[in-house]
Design a protein around this ligand. Structure first.
Ligand code: ADP
Ligand code: ADP
Length: 230
């Protein structure tokens, strides 16, 4: 089944930069998808469309065949179901403690306090940060920050997790740990979408590759199909 879809999306930033042109893409439930393409191709902008952070100038975004209409109910729902991990963890981690950071999403969604505690505890355990609750996030290592950011969306029980360049600025061993964690989450049923510059990573990890260029979709398929003759 299709879990996320864009139809004919157009988007320009306030300064007039055209970032997406006629982007129509379906994301199958339970897939591991890598968006690949040069800097400026529109990968981050497309990711921000998927959970309603940005609103297209034209075209539409659908979650489970339901069109986002950008009212507060629709946005709350999509932001809970579709979790977004930014490229730079420092953009995501801003609370005084790891616990408060991870609790931010579920608190914001007005989950009842016992549920917040339970989900935050579970999420921190899942990413291997139990015991880090009272630490300030800015003192964590790069890999720990990425784990904390992942815990922050896990604590909202998303169906889709979107990660912008999840391995940028991480050493190879830490990158591998993060990607293995994403595999595990996928085996648990979550649909995963990442962006990456790393063609090897796309080969190793993704079920499907979407190649973007100049704000449009160039190709989609297995890594072999997409990169085979490039
Ligand atoms: P990618 O993630 O593939 O590097 P982006 O989605 O970040 O691509 O960028 C697509 C285009 O939009 C690029 O031309 C980029 O310079 C531009 N862009 C991105 N963010 C902004 C912004 N906040 N304001 C203006 N232009 C932007
Ligand atoms: P205390 O008064 O016992 O020191 P607070 O509730 O004021 O505890 O919280 C102190 C710190 O512990 C805060 O950073 C808070 O985010 C964090 N915290 C709150 N609840 C929990 C919890 N269940 N597990 C871990 N840390 C928590």
């Amino acid at each position: 089944a299709t879990i996320l879809e864009t139809r004919g999306i157009e988007y320009a930033y306030a300064d007039g930069t055209r970032a997406l042109s006629n982007v129509s893409l379906t994301i199958g439930e339970g897939r591991k998808i890598a968006l690949v393409g040069p800097n400026g191709a529109g990968k981050s902008t497309l990711m921000l469309m998927f959970n309603g952070i940005l609103r297209p100038d034209a075209g539409e975004v659908l979650f489970r065949n339901e069109r986002l209409d950008y009212d507060s109910r629709s946005l709350r729902k999509v932001r809970q179901r579709v979790g977004m991990v930014f490229q730079n963890s420092d953009d995501q981690l801003f609370a005084p403690t790891v616990y408060q950071d991870v609790a931010f999403g579920p608190v914001n969604l007005r989950f009842p306090p016992e549920k917040v505690k339970r989900y935050v505890g579970y999420a921190l355990q899942y990413v291997g940060l139990s015991g880090y609750e009272r630490r300030p996030p800015h003192h964590l290592s790069g890999g720990e920050k990425k784990r904390a950011a992942i815990a922050g969306i896990l604590a909202m029980e998303p169906e889709v997790m979107i990660l912008d360049e999840p391995t940028s600025n991480l050493d190879p061993a830490t990158s591998e740990e993060i990607m293995e964690m994403l595999d595990e989450l996928n085996l648990g049923g979550k649909t995963l979408i990442i962006s990456t510059h790393d063609v090897d990573l796309a080969y190793r990890w993704a079920d499907e590759v979407v190649l973007m260029k100049d704000g449009g979709l160039l190709r989609r398929g297995s890594a072999e199909e997409v990169f085979g003759d490039l």
